[in-house]
Design a protein around this ligand. Structure first.
Ligand code: HEC
Length: 106
């Protein structure tokens, strides 16, 4: 468990360094930060590729998901920080990452 936390922190830190040169490439945005929670499914985050975990979210409509990802929200399973905590991302970066995550999870 402790090992997982260290890994998550390391990926978040690496992500911030990489992100300065990324613009609206959803997969790159995902890979450089969102995956810290969404790949292992940390703290209630829906895992990438877990169709069951995403089905009800996708059913709300993409606009709701964009807004929840950009503004952050407290849901049934955990707390999604605004932009995943990466405030320097543009709204379009976040939307592109959401599109990527949805495309991998339905
Ligand atoms: C610190 C951990 C963490 C990070 C980093 C993170 N998320 Fe999340 N995310 C969560 C959690 C937890 C939830 C589930 C909240 C709930 O439904 O209770 C969530 C839910 C979501 C959802 C579902 C929204 C909905 O309406 O159900 C989307 C989309 C999403 N995240 C996108 C992103 C994107 C894009 C990034 C990167 C920019 C990101 N997340 C980074 C923790 C994180």
């Amino acid at each position: 468990m402790r090992f997982t936390k260290v890994l998550v922190l390391a990926s978040v830190m690496m992500g911030s360094a990489v992100w300065t040169s990324v613009s609206a490439d959803g997969e790159a945005v995902y890979n450089s930060g969102c995956l810290a929670c969404h790949m292992p499914g940390v703290a209630g985050a829906p895992k990438l590729g877990d169709k069951d975990a995403w089905a009800a979210r996708i059913a709300q409509g993409i606009e709701v998901m964009y807004e929840n990802a950009i503004q952050g929200f407290q849901g049934q399973t955990g707390m999604m920080p605004a932009k995943g905590g990466f405030v320097h991302l543009s709204d379009d970066d976040v939307k592109a990452a959401v599109d990527y995550m949805v495309s991998q999870s339905q």
